[in-house]
Design a protein around this ligand. Structure first.
Ligand SMILES: Nc1ncnc2c1ncn2[C@@H]1O[C@H](COP(=O)(O)OP(=O)(O)OP(=O)(O)O)[C@@H](O)[C@H]1O
Length: 264
């Protein structure tokens, strides 16, 4: 069974109640999300899967306070989410590093933004960069790194201020298959070390099963959560888990659920 359910976990750390989102542009409406409701305990790694355009990024943006729900409430630790919060870390598809800053200064950038003392975070930056194998690249600029290395820097940057929750929107989708597998292993070991509450949007079923404690599947628009499943594999996980017949069965089952969700 999963080793993630820490005994101190708060059962309803992140709560979504009756969430819907309608985009109104030029007189037309897009019902991006309809009636999403779920809770995530602290320390759980949750992936969101679903057909293209079903509203996964919209849901993540609302959790992150970047979009406002049309109806419903989102709360973290009981506090309503109304805007981006300091206790959240974000990783997007594009690493969006500052090109004129070194790797180390990119990782420390959120501290600067909050007018903190970067020297106080130096040891943490070192620990994070060592975990992802980039400490020796700390003085390089982003254009001297591969795409996978840039995403590793982005993950370190998201974790530098020790946020309670990590939001990731298809962070590895632009990487080649080998880099993506490496990133999955790197993220799994980071998660094993820090046990952050994580919400991860991906198109890759295999990636979701490998990384997650739990997977939510969204149906096509107007979308709701149509399937909510626990991932039963022990941690720490390595690539061998993917050959487990239960893993293969779960990937196949989720593919069926997404196809059903597609048909509506
Ligand atoms: N800012 C916006 N204004 C208007 N419509 C939007 C906006 N953002 C997203 N949409 C629409 O909302 C729907 C859901 O988009 P969203 O990006 O959340 O889906 P997704 O599941 O993340 O897609 P994909 O899997 O292709 O990345 C789509 O029809 C999209 O065109």
């Amino acid at each position: 069974m999963t080793a993630t359910a820490a005994t101190t976990a708060v059962a309803d750390f992140l709560t979504l109640n009756g969430i819907s989102k309608i985009y109104r542009t030029n007189g037309s409406e897009v019902h991006a999300v309809e009636h999403a409701a779920f809770t995530i305990p602290s320390g759980q790694f949750v992936s969101i899967l679903g057909p293209s355009g079903c509203g996964k990024s919209t849901l993540l943006s609302m959790i992150g306070g970047l979009e406002t729900p049309t109806t419903g409430q989102i709360a973290i630790g009981g506090d309503p989410v109304r805007e981006p919060r300091d206790d959240m870390g974000y990783v997007f598809q594009d690493a969006t590093l500052l090109p004129w800053f070194s790797v180390l200064n990119n990782v420390l950038f959120p501290v600067r933004l909050r007018k903190g003392k970067t020297s106080a975070y130096h040891d943490r930056a070192r620990e994070l960069l060592e975990m992802v194998g980039l400490w020796e690249f700390r003085d390089k600029r982003p254009d001297q790194l591969s795409g996978g290395m840039r995403q590793r820097v982005a993950i370190c940057r998201a974790l530098i201020t020790d946020p309670d929750i990590l939001l990731m929107d298809e962070p590895f989708s632009a990487l080649d298959a080998i880099s993506r597998d490496e990133m999955n292993v790197a993220l799994a070991s980071i998660w094993d070390r820090f046990h952050k509450t994580a919400v991860f949007v991906t198109h890759s079923i295999r990636e979701a099963v490998f990384l997650s404690d739990r997977i939510l599947v969204m149906s096509r628009r107007p979308s709701a959560i149509c399937y909510d499943v626990t991932v039963p594999f022990a941690r720490p996980r390595d690539a061998h888990v993917e050959t487990d017949p239960e893993f293969v069965r779960m990937v196949s089952d989720l593919r069926d659920k997404i196809e059903e969700g597609y048909k509506g």
